[in-house]
Design a protein around this ligand. Structure first.
Ligand code: PLP
Length: 371
């Protein structure tokens, strides 16, 4: 972990310290309120639950500390992505999306942006720079991309996108601010599904937009207020609590993923193994240069759909579930979600279980399906 990541992690549980009055609770109080006492002038305080809420403020303060940039909270990762698209784009714009990233981002463009006059193209993450960005108002990358784990050079893409006069958005969901820092690499906007590792307990959906550009922050805040796509205070409170342990969870998950990926490499049942931390991975050199950690996601292919299902369903320390980043190790056969991957392709999200016990369970389940 870099020195700056360590100091961010150390300060995180103490962010409210300076504001506490004698007798205040140390844990964050939850403010469930649609209305606030609002006599007289209507400025400078909380008035209505669609405009602001003290529990959002606290979670946004934490996220801003982690991102080193102002943040706006949303009720899901998709709500954060929608806020960027609907807050910044207008009819006649064209945008560029990853062909191998989270499929709902493309579905949003196909099913909704197109009918508002915003066109889109797609490009593979690993060759995102090829073809330039001259036609685009906005380029959106996801790196490592979910689920194939290809990566692209954020700094090089940011430079080329800016040269073309466009805006670069990075979906940093697979990495979190402890694993990768797209704004420091030149991106204009980070979006993330805090549903995953930041909350970490798989009990809430949440998202945020981070940017150092005041106009962008103001537009997505306006979008949130006008569209009503607001997070619930209880969800914000849960994410606030989850973030307090993100550093330890993420550290354990990344370290375990690295060890498990190395062992998977030698298992006869596995082909097409992808993990950016492996020296043999096509993305490894770039990953070393741009990522602070290699993440907790691993992907690979088993011989058939049935074998992949058996591997997931019969592993005693694995949950069969979509999503990733929780304390429980989980896995999914991604072709069933429509991703363009082989039928036996598995995305594995390493959780917080002790690693030797976890490896034994994974190995036993792989051995049982045969090579
Ligand atoms: C990379 C990525 N971005 C965005 C999202 C959307 O997040 P949410 O499900 O919180 O809307 C997901 C969900 O899986 C994702 O994997």
């Amino acid at each position: 972990m870099s020195e700056s990541a360590k100091s961010r992690a150390a300060a995180l549980p103490h962010l409210r310290r300076g504001r506490l009055a004698k007798g205040d609770p140390i844990p964050l109080p939850l403010t469930m309120a649609a209305i606030f006492h609002a006599p007289g002038d209507a400025t400078g305080f909380d008035q209505y639950g669609r405009f602001s809420n003290p529990t959002w403020d606290a979670v946004e303060h934490m996220l801003a500390h982690l991102e080193d940039a102002p943040c706006v909270a949303f009720p899901s990762g998709m709500a954060a992505i929608s806020a960027v698209f609907f807050g910044l784009l207008k009819a006649g714009d064209r945008i560029l999306l990853p062909s191998d990233g989270y499929h709902t981002t493309r579905a949003l463009a196909e099913r909704f942006l197109k009918s508002f006059g915003v066109a889109y193209d797609v490009r593979p993450t690993s060759s995102f720079l090829d073809g330039g960005f001259d036609r685009y108002r906005l380029a959106f990358v996801e790196t490592p991309a979910n689920p194939g784990l290809d990566i692209c050079d954020i700094a090089a893409v940011a430079e080329a996108v800016h040269r073309a006069g466009a805006v670069l958005v990075v979906d940093n969901t697979t990495m979190t601010p402890f694993g990768q820092r797209p704004l420091d690499l030149g991106a204009d906007i980070v979006i993330a599904a805090d549903t995953k590792a930041p909350n970490g307990h798989s009990d809430v959906l949440f998202g945020h937009v981070a940017s150092r550009d005041a106009d962008i922050i103001s537009r997505v805040t306006d979008w949130r207020e006008a569209s009503g796509a607001i997070p619930g205070p209880f969800e914000a409170w849960l994410v606030h609590r989850g973030l307090e342990t993100l550093d330890v969870r993420f550290d354990r998950m990344c370290a375990s993923a690295e060890m498990i990926a190395r062992r998977l490499k030698n298992h006869r049942a596995i082909s097409g193994l992808r993990f950016p931390g492996l020296e043999s991975d096509p993305s490894h050199n770039l990953a070393r240069a741009q990522m602070e950690r290699f993440g907790f996601l691993i992907s690979f292919v088993l011989a058939s759909e049935d074998r992949a299902e058996d591997f997931i369903n019969n592993c005693a320390l694995m949950q069969a579930a979509t999503s990733f980043g929780g304390v429980h190790t989980s896995a999914e056969r991604r072709s069933k979600r429509g991703d363009a991957v082989p039928p036996g392709f598995v995305r594995l999200s390493i959780g917080c279980e002790p690693v030797e016990e976890l490896w034994q369970a994974i190995e036993a389940s792989l051995d049982a399906i045969g090579g």
